[in-house]
Ligand binder design. Structure first.
Ligand code: GCU
Length: 835
């Protein structure tokens, strides 16, 4: 033990694979108060092995041992006077250990934590609360916090759920951390070890339910074999206080049950659902409930039978009522629209569909509303639906998986984005109406409410596909408990728990995290224009043209002279009128609309001056350069932590941040050039379309390579790249270097497609500077592309290369599979230059 502490205090850090997330319980250095302040006994006031309290006991034992190196005895079911941590419910405590006078009233799942010297009380209002308290205490210790505390905490709301978009075949829609931990080949997997580990992580952030299958649901989840499988999943989660819910396909009575209808008012349909619900509860007696996506994006719903969404939701609600289950009914309902109609607006759909139904939903229905009116964009205004359902339970839907926000291959810490919505005051009836008070049920006195987040962990040991993305899951749980929590404070706890207590690591990673969403916003879609990604394909790289000229309604209405959606009442779609009066008035008028939502609400000239004084187009250019510059700094900031983070995680994160430096430049250049091409308005700072340190591949002497015009054009520098002339020809591109002699970083922009792993080598004269293969589809998390486009565009850097004017630059590309060793350009970057 001594040797171990010595190593730990010298800064040697063991290899980590991420499985324990923030529950690593890393040993504290010897100097701490571990020994004097840590109890010698753990009194567990419930001896049932499947109880969260039992789990709390073993978790405390493991944690104390690992963090402090001390062995605490586990004592079940009886009190012990001194040097003990007692964990149980308040009721059990009173029965077993005597009176407790000072504890404030607790809500369901709440707990009381008191630490006095080495006497600790962890008392839940129920079993789950006791487990939460145990994790809270361990989180303090793991952060070296031995202060004496005595407080009670209760959840802001009863619904603190996560959604998994797992398909039965094992794939995960918008999942970037590998295949499903729940399903494979149409059934539930045999080995549920990862499910238990997920339960442990979720319990530690006080999540109380998981919907395990995709909202685009497959009815065969309801087969008797799968019902049994769901029972096993629920058994695995139960000791962690996590309940299971499932997504339903509205048409199941017909497609799976063999009825000739799925009309929600048809008596045989009603009977069918009630029978299925009975069977589910036989297998999962404490099932949380159902999640339903109806009449949305091709999913069946009640509309076809001229029934309302409320009639659809109530069908399930009634089937669940005998069991106390909940229906989370999604507000994500919209139709395809025609862009030539100036007044058409997808953002209006949710209020149009749901407001007239306010008050018609059963008491156990909760409308699950995405934070913005479109679809998890990099910035959206608060969904106006929150202000329009005064007699209906609501919950906010967030997305931990970074679908439109870098797919775990870009660092984006999301809580600052979520807080723009949770802390937004909708001023319903001219009274304070923060979204967080609406969804927790406080503002309109609703019994049910809370939040759900689409998480999509997979079998990758990092869970989400990247270590750093786990801060989003951690902080989601914290916000579900207390939506007033502070993003910076949350990430700091996560950093200490994940990477240890080194103050430099804490400071650096806090800064990187807090800068990450603004940076991504800057290079992917600012001023409220939405994420300018390819909405028709992978939702990953840049492709602004895909926003318009289709029925999806994520329009920018950009043309040669103007840009933005006019959502005013006076001249546009009328969307701003869906907000309460004060907010509507603010957005109706461009003078009072904040710059960051200018293009969401107004259709303006590119030369329109923002409140900042800049024109819209110049803001675009500047923001894209500034965002990409910040992304460059993440890499150098992380490199400064070498030796302070274990090598495995250091290298994993370094690789991703290095990738992000390159891909942020792909974004920057694509968006800037797209709009420069559209508007012909040059950048005041003369950066856009001027790349003084680049050598275009198409300008080199080619042998076995040919030029290739890339589509979309803005995904390649000057729109053209080179590809090998055939799938089995090795290509060579050469040119004389005309830059002054000196030391440069060489950056090669190329395309890495799905379906092949080309091999490239780069030489100066006959000196090989480097080589690499196109395997990013295996090592990065984002959805790969089969085309040369903004998703597959990628950069590799060779740092500190000595170059002489007149050297011959040579690139040799060997194609593989469908990947023709594509190259876009090479930049020779003097120190400090980004090009
Ligand atoms: C997004 C996402 C889909 C998902 C849908 C939903 O549009 O891209 O994959 O099905 O949201 O929330 O239902």
């Amino acid at each position: 033990m001594r040797a171990f502490f010595l190593l730990a205090s010298l800064g040697f850090v063991a290899a980590e694979n991420g499985l324990d997330g923030w529950l690593r319980y890393a040993p504290l250095p010897c100097t701490t108060q571990c020994h004097s302040k840590v109890p010698a006994n753990i009194v567990v006031l419930n001896a049932t092995e499947t109880s969260p309290i039992y789990v709390a006991g073993t978790e405390l034992q493991t944690g104390l041992k690992s963090i402090c190196g001390s062995h605490a005895e586990l004592i079940h079911g009886q009190c012990k006077a001194s040097s003990s941590v007692v964990v149980g419910t308040i009721e059990q405590y009173r029965k077993t250990c005597g009176n407790l006078s000072e504890i404030p009233e607790l809500e369901e799942d709440g707990f009381w934590l008191s630490t006095k010297g080495n006497d600790v009380q962890i008392l839940g209002s129920n079993d789950r609360g006791a487990l939460y308290g145990a994790f809270e205490y361990l989180s303090m210790l793991a952060q070296g916090n031995f202060s004496e505390v005595a407080y009670a905490t209760s959840p802001s709301a009863p619904i603190r759920w996560v959604n998994q978009w797992d398909n039965l075949d094992g794939s995960i829609e918008r999942g970037y951390g590998g295949p499903s931990i729940f399903f494979k080949n149409g059934t539930v997997v045999e080995d549920l070890t990862r499910v238990k580990q997920y339960g442990r992580l979720l319990a530690s952030i006080r999540i109380n339910a998981v919907v395990v299958n995709n909202v685009n649901a497959n009815a065969s989840l309801l087969s008797s074999e799968n019902l049994k499988g769901l029972g096993r999943i629920a058994d695995a989660f139960r000791p962690y206080g996590v309940k299971v819910g499932i997504s339903l396909n509205f048409a199941s009575p017909e497609t799976f049950g063999g009825l000739d209808t799925y009309d929600p008012l048809n008596s045989s349909v009603i009977k069918w659902w009630s029978n299925i619900t009975d069977q589910l509860y036989q297998n999962v007696p404490d099932m949380a409930g159902y999640l339903v996506k109806g009449d949305s994006e091709g999913q069946p719903g009640p509309e076809i039978y001229n029934r309302t969404l409320a009639q659809g939701a109530n069908l399930f609600a009634k089937a669940l009522q005998p069991y106390g289950g909940i229906v989370m009914f999604r507000a994500f309902v919209y139709n395809q629209l025609n862009e030539s109609d100036w007044k058409a607006d997808r953002a209006k759909a949710a209020v149009d569909f749901f407001k007239p139904l306010d008050g018609e939903f059963e008491e156990n229905v909760v409308i699950q509303i995405k934070y913005g009116p479109i679809d998890f964009q990099v910035r959206e205004p608060t969904s106006p639906l929150f202000a329009n359902l005064l007699n209906t339970n609501t919950a906010i839907e967030l997305e931990v998986t970074q679908e439109y926000l870098g797919q775990q291959s870009h660092l984006v810490y999301l809580p600052p984005l979520w807080k723009t919505v949770l802390d937004f005051d909708l001023r319903v009836d001219h009274k304070p109406s923060l979204v967080r008070d609406i969804v927790t049920g406080k503002r309109f006195n609703r019994k049910l409410g809370g939040s759900a987040a689409v998480v999509n962990v997979g079998t990758n040991t990092t869970w989400l596909g990247s270590y750093l993305s786990m801060s989003n899951l951690y902080a989601y749980g914290r916000l579900a408990w207390n939506p007033a929590d502070d993003p910076e404070a949350m990430v700091q706890d996560w950093i200490q728990l994940t990477f240890g207590l080194d103050p430099t690591v804490l400071k650096t990673l806090t800064r990187m995290s807090m800068e990450s969403w603004p940076a991504y916003l800057n290079y992917s879609g600012n001023l409220g224009i939405q994420t300018l990604t390819d909405i028709l394909y992978t939702h990953y790289g840049p492709n602004p043209a895909t926003q318009d000229n289709n029925g999806w309604g994520q329009w920018t209405r950009a043309d040669h002279t103007t840009v933005g959606m006019d959502r005013t009442i006076s001249n546009g779609t009328g969307y701003s009128g869906q907000y309460p009066e004060e907010i509507a008035a603010m957005y109706e008028n461009i003078d009072t609309t904040p710059d960051n939502l200018c293009l969401w609400f107004h259709h303006v000239n590119w030369t329109h001056h923002l409140h900042s004084g800049k024109t819209v187009i110049q803001h675009f250019y500047d923001a894209h350069y500034s965002g990409a510059d910040t992304a460059q700094s993440f890499f150098t900031q992380w490199e400064s932590l070498k030796g302070k983070v274990d090598e495995e995680r250091y290298n994993h994160v370094r690789h991703r941040l290095d990738y992000q430096t390159g891909h942020s430049i792909v974004w920057r250049d694509a968006i800037s050039n797209f709009y420069y091409n559209m508007t012909s308005i040059p950048d005041d700072s003369k950066r856009v379309s001027h790349y003084p340190w680049r050598i275009e591949a198409e300008d080199m002497a080619l042998d076995g390579y040919k030029t290739y015009t890339v589509s979309p054009f803005e995904a390649a520098s000057r729109s053209v790249a080179i590809v090998t002339v055939s799938n089995n020809t090795v290509g060579t591109a050469t040119t004389k270097v005309d830059f002054p002699s000196g030391t440069y970083d060489l950056a090669v922009n190329y395309f890495d497609l799905y379906g092949g792993q080309s091999h490239w080598q780069i030489y100066l004269n006959d000196r090989q500077i480097g080589e690499w293969i196109g395997n990013s589809e295996d090592v990065l998390s984002h959805t790969p592309s089969i085309y040369l486009d903004g998703h597959s565009a990628i950069r590799i850097k060779f740092r500190g290369v000595t170059v002489k004017k007149g050297d011959m630059l040579k690139i040799v590309g060997k194609p593989d599979g469908v990947e023709p060793a594509p190259v876009d350009y090479v930049s020779f970057l003097p120190h400090g230059v980004v090009d």
